[in-house]
Write a protein that binds this ligand. Sequence first.
Ligand code: ATP
Ligand code: MG
Ligand code: MG
Length: 378
Amino acid sequence: MTTVGILGGGQLARMLALSGAPLGLRFRVLDTVADACAGQFAPLIVGDYRDEAALAEFAAQVDVATFDFENVPAESARWLSERVPVFPNPRALSIAQDRLAEKTLFRELGIPVPAFADVADRAALDAAVAVIGTPCILKTRRLGYDGKGQFRIKSPADVDAAWDALGAQAATVGLILEAFVRFERELSVVAVRGRDGEFRAWPLTENWHVDGVLSVSLAPARVDADLAAQADAHARALAEALDYVGVFALELFCRDGVLLANELAPRVHNSGHWTIEGSETSQFQNHLRAVLGLPLGDTRMLGHACMLNWIGHLPDAEPVLREPGGHWHDYGKEPRAGRKVGHATLRADSPAELAAAMARVGRALGRDDIVAHAAGID
Ligand code: ATP
Ligand code: MG
Ligand code: MG
């Protein structure tokens, strides 16, 4: 019997555990809090990720280890990797933890990126704003997620406020300044690479964010085949350069028909949740197959799909459950402002049927944004 260890016990670990059950897998989850939602389906070890005793207890109980979030301390990942196989490898994880390192790697691989600069101190910020221009975004290099640790600089008059908000973190997690991209679309490649190097990508996904947090995903994205092939080629180059094993997402902006890389998420990804019902093999199942060295499943789509993220609280489930292709995911979390507490997937055989289902659900839930996204699909 194989036991998979997951560092981090949020909804990603929970969905990994659920998708691993048919494979006969057991799970152990290490998390800092006793009410981590993956704990409802997998035995939880509560401890700090830097605590050697907790890590040792975890390592002793698992055959292979993986992550449900990217901010696991790199030293802890390395410590574990000396005791059990860890996928993705700690080097890939540590590059993905640092926006400066990941953007530098993208550029080395010939993957276009928005203009960026390291910001070590206030003088460097002024110099970077002068070169990159406005609008731009100041971000923490490390530990940011869901748009946290970011300040949008609309004009040079905002530089003082940006420094007041984030300057103290220059000496701790580091800062990076990025050009603000006026993109037509945000896209993500969700892909998987096996232990033997086999690479597969799901059809390209299109994403809409609200206040820096993913709100709605649509697959396949409304882009031409050349652009989708380009996105896959970028993801494959990145996975090969990092000797990556498992599922990851490469977030991209599309501006004037050109792809610019935003960031690498070294784990299963929110924009890939639609794969549970919308593709032959879900991202969760394929992540487990990859880290265990099993054959990868087909990533082809079953029709057209969208994912609706529930942030803060769950709405009424019935409008989704009434849809023939409607699927509901409640993560079993307490409601809290800004917290991802669940999602829905709508699946249909044609873009028109998907758009109609989205519009019905959007209207029933009073979500004009969903109705508006539906209106753009044909
Ligand atoms: P997550 O890991 O949850 O995706 P994050 O905190 O790492 O988020 P980013 O992905 O860098 O943050 O940014 C969140 C969102 O903010 C992006 O998806 C995009 O909508 C917007 N954004 C970020 N950087 C830029 C940029 N340079 N130009 C335009 N928009 C941006
Ligand atoms: Mg991120
Ligand atoms: Mg992101």
